[in-house]
Write a protein that binds this ligand. Structure first.
Ligand code: TXA
Ligand code: MG
Length: 328
C-alpha cells in the first residue's frame, strides 16, 4: 500500500530521506503532481521511467529550489536570465544547453546535450527540494500517455505501489503542466503550451516565439502525439451529446441538447461535469484533469467536450485535449 501523507514537516523530512536512498516520492507542484527522484542518481531515475512505463528517449525536467542552483547544470544566456527572473518560481520550464560538468544523470536528459529545468512555486515542492539538497527530476506522476494527476488520489490510482510515498497537499492550483520553451538555439521555440502564455514570454524577450508543432522541423522528444489520454475516447467541439456519452461542458449548458431529445443539463451527475460554468479558463484548467478522471468510466462510450476558445490558457487546454483525443 502506497503511503499517502499530509505534507507536514515530518512527512517532508521522511520524503527527503526516501529520495536520498534512491526511492520515489510523488510531490505536489502548482501545475500537477510530479513523480520525484534524485536527479543525480541514475538508478533512481531509471525507477521513474519504469514506474511510468515511459519511453527512455523522453527526457525529464530537473527541478531546483532557485535559479542560482540551476546555473551549474545549464548554460543561461541573457534570455534565460530574463525569463527566470520574471517567471521563477513558477510554471515555466526552460530547455538550455547542458553544462558539460553537470552531475545530473544522463538518463534523465536521455543523452541529449540540452537539459530542461524549472523552479516550482509550490511551498511543499520548495521545502522538499531544500530538504534534499539535490535537484529532483519529476515528470507528471501518471502512467505514460495517461491523464495527468492533479490530486493525491489520481497518483495512487495510476501508479500504486510503484511510488514509495505520496506527499499530499490537495488539488493543484493550475492543473496543467508547465509551459516548455527551448532556448538552446538562437530561436526561442515553444515545445509545450502552459499557464505562462507565448504572449507573456514574447513581451519579456521582445522576440517572436516559434511553435514546435507549426514551424519547421523542431521537435521535443516528448511531443509524441498521443498523450494525456483517458481510456474512454474524447470527442471534441461537441454541440450535442450522443446516447451513452458523458459530457464535459464549458460555460452555459443552455443550448446543449441530447441527441434524440432532452437537455444536457438533465444528465445524471455521473455523466456530467462543467469545467467552468462562468467560462473562466483558469478555473477550467484547474478542473480539466480531475474531471476527465471522473468521467473516464467504461460505461461511457465517449466523453463529448464542448468547444473551448483558443486563446490565453485555452491554447494549453486545447493542446492537452487534442492529444488526448488521438487514436491508439
Ligand atoms: O509542470 C510540469 O512541468 C510537471 C511538474 C511535475 O513539474 N512536470 C512535467 O514533466 O510535466 P514531464 O516529464 O511530464 O514533461 C516534460 C516535458 C516532456 O515533453 C519532455 O519531452 C520535455 O519536457 N523535455 C524534457 N527535457 C527536454 C529536452 N532536453 N529537450 C526538449 N524537451 C525536453
Ligand atoms: Mg507528463
Amino acid at each position: 500500500m502506497t503511503r499517502i501523507l499530509a505534507a507536514d514537516p515530518a512527512a517532508i523530512a521522511k520524503a527527503a530521506a526516501i529520495l536520498q536512498e534512491g526511492g520515489l516520492v510523488a510531490m505536489p507542484t502548482e501545475t500537477v503532481y510530479g513523480l520525484a527522484a534524485n536527479a543525480l542518481d541514475g538508478r533512481a531515475v531509471a525507477k521513474v521511467y519504469a514506474a511510468k512505463g515511459r519511453p527512455q528517449f523522453n527526457p525529464l525536467i530537473a527541478h531546483f529550489g532557485d535559479a542560482p542552483s540551476a546555473v551549474q547544470h545549464a548554460e543561461f544566456d541573457a534570455r534565460a536570465h530574463l525569463l527566470a527572473q520574471k517567471f521563477w518560481p513558477g510554471p515555466l520550464t526552460l530547455v538550455l544547453p547542458r553544462q558539460a560538468s553537470s552531475a545530473i544523470s544522463t538518463l534523465a536528459t536521455a543523452g541529449l546535450d540540452t537539459i530542461a529545468i524549472r523552479v516550482p512555486a509550490h511551498r511543499v515542492a520548495q521545502q522538499l527540494i531544500r530538504a534534499c539538497g539535490f535537484p529532483l527530476v519529476a515528470p507528471s506522476a501518471n502512467p505514460s500517455t495517461g491523464l495527468s494527476p492533479t490530486t493525491p488520489l489520481h497518483v495512487a490510482r495510476g501508479l500504486g505501489a510503484a511510488v514509495d510515498m505520496i506527499l499530499a497537499a490537495g488539488p493543484c492550483a493550475i492543473g496543467l503542466e508547465s509551459t516548455v520553451i527551448d532556448l538552446s538555439g538562437p530561436d526561442a521555440v515553444l515545445l509545450r503550451p502552459g499557464a505562462i502564455t507565448v504572449q507573456q514570454i514574447e513581451d519579456v524577450l521582445q522576440q517572436k516565439i516559434l511553435s514546435a508543432t507549426k514551424d519547421h522541423g523542431h521537435k521535443s522528444p516528448g511531443m509524441m502525439e498521443k498523450h494525456y489520454a483517458p481510456r474512454v475516447p474524447l470527442r471534441l467541439k461537441a454541440v450535442d451529446v450522443a446516447p451513452g456519452e458523458a459530457l464535459l461542458a464549458f460555460g452555459s449548458l443552455r443550448f446543449m441538447g441530447l441527441r434524440g431529445g432532452g437537455a444536457a443539463a438533465d444528465l445524471p451527475e455521473s455523466r456530467l461535469r462543467n469545467l467552468s460554468e462562468s467560462g473562466d479558463l483558469h478555473e477550467a484548467a484547474a478542473n480539466l484533469f480531475a474531471m476527465l478522471h471522473d468521467l473516464d468510466r467504461p460505461e461511457h462510450s465517449a466523453i463529448a467536450i464542448m468547444d473551448i476558445p483558443e486563446s490565453g490558457l485555452g491554447i494549453a487546454i486545447n493542446d492537452r485535449l487534442r492529444r488526448g483525443a488521438v487514436g491508439i
